[in-house]
Design a protein around this ligand. Structure first.
Ligand code: PLP
Length: 426
């Protein structure tokens, strides 16, 4: 082997995987087992005490899932990763390591609708208080910092309009506040943006979307950048203080730059339980092998569709950061030079009724609540994903009544444009 570091496409196919040592199987096997036999009593004791790495029980770790974890950590440039059952599970497990009841976290207002719900309602019931900030106004993050702030949470390419977040600017706010920056990189995938290169301390994904890529398997993942010092000021006791369940070890002291990933596994996943099925890990790994090819086609198609819509008389406006005229185009050129993603919104001159009508007339586009499928998808956020918000909050989060959201697939762009054309003129 040469000394060359493998490129992104090579890592997407190979990182974390080897031919199976016992059978020679070239594809990663699905280790569909709940538990693993110990060599002897000492081996068992050392696994339980975190003195040795190895498999115990699939809720805590599984060899198929381990390949997925190593692969995504490599693609994101992190030190370690932990796969979980869904994107939402990843968010719960991450914050459980960092927040105590009564603590606050700052979140960008432009987020996946499900995250807005999770933060506003479920997390509030845990005593984790969200403070919203506007990703287009960096000073709003500075103003939101208090002594109780433990985390800042943003999306790299943000729902629903595909706007681009200035990760470096928000990372410096986090640095100054002494808190980690968590970036949900679901809509970009590491092919378009690697948030750790821009100052993120933790990356989370819904693997359900572009990484899995085929609309067939739920999953989530947490990537530890290994950059944050958890011992400062006693703010993160789960990482810095002795853990009674592991003979008093301190995770940061013992595991250094992958302590956060370890905490998520041996405290979060172990106790909360949202383990990823090895079958889903296999499906998602297969998806990741073609991530670079798919993502480029998603982006190229999205740009062509956005250009078509921008020239259509029934369309009032198009929000796609890949258009030269878009207000996020500068940020897109800086953070996502290969393409501005495939999820964006546009608004219709006919308002709410025209939005609902368009969705019902489209034939090739599927009307459903998902993004990042090979198939093209459409939804009217105001009546679905963002319906729980009041009208002002809908507009603020980019989901006003006249807005339609598209997730562009990898079909032929001419067919997508023809379908939109017939639905807009119907
Ligand atoms: C879908 C999604 C989630 C939630 O992921 P699930 O796998 O559905 O739990 C979180 N963030 C973003 C940006 C998403 O698109």
């Amino acid at each position: 082997m040469s000394d060359r570091l493998p490129g992104f496409s090579t890592l997407a196919v190979h990182a974390g995987a080897q031919p199976d040592p016992t059978t020679g199987a070239r594809a990663t096997p699905i280790y569909q087992t709940t538990s693993f036999v110990f060599n002897d009593a000492d081996h068992a004791a050392s696994l339980f005490g975190l003195q040795a790495f190895g498999n115990i029980y699939t809720r805590i770790g599984n060899p198929t899932n381990a390949v997925l974890e190593e692969r995504v950590a490599a693609l994101e440039g992190g030190t370690a990763a932990l796969a979980v059952a869904s994107g939402h599970a990843a968010q719960v497990v991450v914050l459980q390591q960092l927040l105590q009841p009564g603590d606050e976290f700052i979140a960008a207002r432009k987020l996946y609708g499900g995250s807005i719900n999770q933060f506003t309602h479920a997390f509030k019931s845990f005593g984790w208080n969200v403070v919203w900030a506007d990703p287009d106004d960096i000073a709003s993050f500075e103003r939101a910092v208090t002594p109780r702030t433990k985390v800042i949470f943003i999306e790299s390419i943000a729902n629903p309009a595909g706007s681009i977040t200035d990760i470096e600017a928000i990372s410096s706010v986090a640095r100054k506040a002494g808190v980690p920056l968590i970036v949900d990189n679901t809509l970009a995938s590491p092919y378009l943006i690697r948030p750790i290169d821009h100052g993120a301390d933790i990356v989370v994904h819904s693997l359900t979307k572009f990484l899995g890529g085929h609309g067939n398997s739920l999953g989530g993942i947490i990537v530890d950048a290994g950059t944050f010092d958890w011992s400062t000021g006693g703010k993160y006791p789960m990482l810095s203080e002795p853990r009674p369940e592991y003979h008093g070890i301190r995770l940061q002291e013992t595991f250094g730059n992958f302590a956060f990933a370890i905490a998520c596994r041996v405290l979060g996943l172990r106790d909360l339980g949202p383990a990823l099925s090895p079958f889903n890990a296999f499906m998602i790994l297969t998806g990741i092998e073609t991530l670079p090819l798919r993502m480029q086609k998603h982006c190229d198609n999205a740009k062509a569709v956005a250009e078509f819509l921008a020239g259509h008389p029934a369309v009032a406006s198009v929000n796609y950061a890949g258009l030269a005229s878009d207000k996020y185009n500068q940020l897109a050129r800086k953070y996502a030079p290969r393409g501005a993603g495939a999820v964006f919104t546009f608004s219709l001159k006919g308002g709410y009724d025209a939005g609902v009508n368009l969705v019902s007339k489209l034939q090739l586009f599927s009307h459903l609540a998902n993004v990042g499928d090979t198939r093209s998808l459409v939804i009217h956020p105001a009546s679905t994903t963002h319906s729980q918000l009041d009208d002002a909050a809908k507009v603020k989060s980019g989901a006003g009544p006249d807005v339609v959201r598209l997730s562009i697939g990898i079909e032929d762009k001419e067919d997508l444009i023809a379908d939109l054309e017939q639905a807009l003129s119907a």
